[in-house]
Design a protein around this ligand. Sequence first.
Ligand SMILES: [Ca+2]
Ligand SMILES: [Ca+2]
Ligand SMILES: [Ca+2]
Length: 153
Amino acid sequence: MRRLIIALALVVVIIFWASDTLGTPQPVPEPHFYTTTGWDLTPTGMLIVGYDLNDNGRPDYFTLRIVVRSYFSVESVQTTVDNCPENVVFFVNYGEDRYFYITDQKPLFYVFDEDEDGHWDLIYKDVLTDGVNGNESFYDSPSRKYSVGGSVE
Ligand SMILES: [Ca+2]
Ligand SMILES: [Ca+2]
Ligand SMILES: [Ca+2]
């Protein structure tokens, strides 16, 4: 638990640092999955995972992954994970069966909802889906909090 708090504190520090130095929050590496506030599918079929970076119980950061395949199976979760070493495995239990969503290892989009109102404030796209390493680019600001072509390169 202490390690989790330290990790969250680090994330918050990084966000404040990025906000102060650049004026716009930069994508942060995805926190551990066990800290997620939940996951779901978007209307476009991507898998979205929510995180609560400021630890107030409401999601403020999201990642979106491409679903490479999804299917019903009686396979165990461990077997599926072992069979998909290059992917992340999500699943929903349905009695004896499970519905699996096999996604890309890394997200395609990183999303901030700073005021946690469900209206996304800042979206970054990581075309190479190689994790947060500085090559993510501004994609959109649906809430218009950050103007298109503003301070973000
Ligand atoms: Ca929050
Ligand atoms: Ca918002
Ligand atoms: Ca990247």
